[in-house]
Design a protein around this ligand. Structure first.
Ligand SMILES: Cc1cc2nc3c(=O)[nH]c(=O)nc-3n(C[C@H](O)[C@H](O)[C@H](O)COP(=O)(O)O)c2cc1C
Length: 409
């Protein structure tokens, strides 16, 4: 399949090409946690660049549970006009925009000052950085029911405000992914133990969302092809979960991998396995494709045209890109005349894997920030500079968030 051929989804919607902008948390919400002018300008650059599908950075379903400060929250209709402007801008050249909806569970920074909850009271293990996250409490039945309702509520609102679909985030160690993994889900009730139980919340959320939205509205899932931690969610588990989702009207599954503890989505594992240098999860995706009945998308390490072709030739319907499109939002258009374009960031020379991963995120966010201001990107920014700027901004944003939630710092 060629990158510039359209994809018809199970719901009948047509995505104009096979190139997708993967979710990247922007931290660009305004003080109401609604989309800011800068955020909307950023999406204008991707719309102009010719990508077929944009998946938003994760949008929170509950303002008390944030993956980071400055995140967009959609838990009421109050700021609908700004969300409408966001979706209208992204769709202005014919692309689709799906809102990624998420709950962080235990992956919420402690500096935000909120209580964290998770399937079980298992704290994060990030070595010296573990204290960046508070120990979570185990969720009650009422908490679980509330989360499910919130996913539905946000999906309904996204449809109302002009998004063409939602992507339910069940990857990267966030709440739904915590339920899926035996390392973080130690429950002995119907939400833990067997894979069927660990997948129950994801399956229930997908069913409830599918039922709540219109037929033509896409419902997608982002899933780990594995956690890349010993004893975690395995490739075989992923295949079984995809089989469970086969009959639920899911329009696309995006395959990624890892978590904050093992950031495989950026090429690092913690179970000794090595990933491919490019399109990290393609081998896994090929295997999962043997059971999937819905289109698949693979994301992670794709930034060259021949790699996109390789992904599509493997029977994967879409190629997802984050970093490459943060550096060059015009890439889908550029490849039409110059197949050699391959955007890359400056290499990070540090050995500490956690720090390198944080710096990588900061370097990408630095590009997003510049695009949102209508400026050229700077892929050669020094990792230390991007990290410092990110930390300063996060400090300010955390303070603003605590003040808003508690009326004090
Ligand atoms: C700055 C940044 C923010 C990200 N935020 C999200 C997010 O909100 N949701 C998500 O599913 N993945 C997120 N990711 C992961 C990307 O979607 C993608 O899986 C990962 O970057 C690997 O793809 P790439 O090599 O093309 O960048 C983020 C990645 C970066 C670099």
């Amino acid at each position: 399949m060629q990158p510039y051929t359209a994809l018809t989804l199970p719901n009948g919607a047509v995505i104009p090409n096979r190139l997708a902008k993967a979710a990247m948390e922007e931290n660009m919400a305004d003080n109401d946690h609604a989309p800011s002018k800068e955020l909307i300008r950023l999406y204008q650059s991707w719309a102009d660049g010719g990508v077929g599908l944009m998946i938003t950075g994760n949008v929170m379903i509950d303002r008390r549970a944030m993956t980071g400060p400055g995140g967009v929250v959609l838990d009421s209709a109050q700021f609908g006009a700004r969300f409408e402007q966001w979706s209208r801008t992204a769709r202005s050249r014919g692309a689709h925009i799906w809102m990624q909806i998420n709950h962080p569970g235990r992956q919420m920074p402690a500096a935000m000052g909120q209580e964290t909850m998770a399937p079980s009271a298992v704290p994060m293990d990030l070595g010296n950085y573990s204290r960046q996250f508070a120990a979570p409490r185990a969720m009650t039945e009422a908490d679980i029911a509330d989360v499910q309702q919130r996913f539905v509520n946000s999906a309904r609102l996204a449809e109302r405000f002009g998004f063409t679909g939602v992507q339910i985030h069940a990857a990267h160690g966030y709440l739904l992914s915590q339920f899926l993994s035996p390392l973080t889900n130690k429950r002995t009730d119907r939400w833990g133990g067997s894979l069927e139980n660990r997948a129950r919340l994801l399956v229930d959320v997908v069913k409830a969302v599918r039922q709540a939205v219109g037929k033509g509205f896409a419902v997608a899932v982002k899933l780990n092809s594995a956690d890349f931690q010993k004893g975690g969610f395995s490739q075989d588990d992923a295949k079984q979960v995809v089989s469970m989702l086969n009959t639920l009207g899911v329009d696309l599954i995006e395959l990624s991998g890892g978590s904050y503890e093992a950031p495989a989505m950026h090429g690092q594992t913690r179970d000794g396995r090595t990933l491919a240098r490019e399109a990290y999860f393609l081998e896994f995706a090929r295997d999962i494709a043997t059971v999937a009945t819905m289109p698949l998308m693979v994301t992670g390490g794709i930034r060259r045209y021949p790699v996109v072709e390789q992904v599509l030739a493997s029977g994967i319907a879409m190629a997802g890109m984050g970093t490459a499109l943060a550096i060059d939002p015009q890439l889908p258009k550029a490849w039409l005349s110059d197949r050699s374009a391959s955007p890359a960031l400056r290499a990070i020379p540090w050995k500490n894997k956690v720090l390198s991963s944080i710096a990588y995120m900061a370097m990408v966010k630095y590009q997003l920030r510049r695009l949102s201001q209508g400026r050229q990107t700077r892929p050669h920014v020094a990792p230390a500079l991007a990290l410092l700027m990110q930390q300063l901004e996060t400090k300010v944003r955390n303070w603003q968030y605590r003040r808003m939630m508690h009326g004090g710092a």
